[in-house]
Ligand binder design. Structure first.
Ligand code: GSH
Length: 215
């Protein structure tokens, strides 16, 4: 039995990763929601996460406190779900783009914070932000073009690579970022997932406002 500790569904992009992984692969878990920057968060987070960050997965006495580490842990414990692509080459590429997402894209993170309630474009872009948006588009386009016959996701079947890019799909939707046809179709496939729709509905029902993410 797992417990997943997450932040607000409207704002916490890293939390979405851990949650979507478990939901999409139908792995049972209990959810503990600690609203970011709240008194409750400050009081409770240390009970769960040594880093003080969410998401954290509690599995017995073990705490796994990083979204990519949670993905790897679940993939190892549930090999029957094939959380990474089965093909060795595709798996290596899936790990590359997942690490690229995990360790980079700071302009996207800072300029387009996840805010599911929002549907308004940004006032002005920068060359650095445009470059990162173009790189994400390139990743989605090349993956989809190589795996168009295997299914609707980056490597055909849904995988951890899709989990890692799910928050970017929501950011691009919120900020009305223009992408090509192939990328738009990929975004629609992600947005059609029942699990992601459930997350979005829960996010829209939340009432907390974090000013930092509202500008
Ligand atoms: N590398 C971590 C980053 C997690 C992270 O930054 N989480 C944010 C929420 S999205 C957080 O917990 N912020 C709370 C704080 O800064 O006090 C991961 O992948 O899980």
């Amino acid at each position: 039995m797992y417990t997943l500790v997450i932040g607000n569904k409207n704002y916490s992009s890293w939390s979405l990763r851990g949650w979507l992984l478990l939901r999409q692969f139908d792995i049972h878990f209990e959810e503990v929601r600690l609203p970011l920057y709240s008194e409750t968060f400050r009081e409770k987070i240390k009970d769960y996460s040594p880093s003080g960050l969410v998401p954290t997965l509690v599995s017995g006495d073990l705490r796994v406190w990083d979204s990519l580490a949670i993905c790897e842990y679940i993939a190892e414990r549930h090999p029957e779900h094939h959380c990474w692509p089965e093909d060795e080459e595709a798996r290596a590429l899936a790990r590359c783009i997942s690490s690229e997402m995990h360790a980079g894209f700071f302009q996207i993170r800072n300029s387009l914070p996840m805010n599911i309630r929002r549907t308004r474009s940004i006032d002005a872009s920068t060359p650095e932000l445009d470059k990162e948006i173009a790189r994400v588009s390139e990743i989605w386009r090349t993956c989809r073009q190589s795996h168009s016959e295997g299914g609707k996701f980056l490597f055909g079947d849904f995988s951890i690579a899709d989990v890692m890019y799910a928050p970017v799909v929501l950011r691009f939707k919120s900020y009305l970022i223009k992408v090509g046809t192939v990328e738009e179709e990929y975004m629609q496939s992600m947005l059609s997932l029942t699990s992601l729709q459930e997350w979005i509905a829960d996010a829209l029902a939340e009432e907390e406002i974090i000013e930092l993410y509202e500008q």
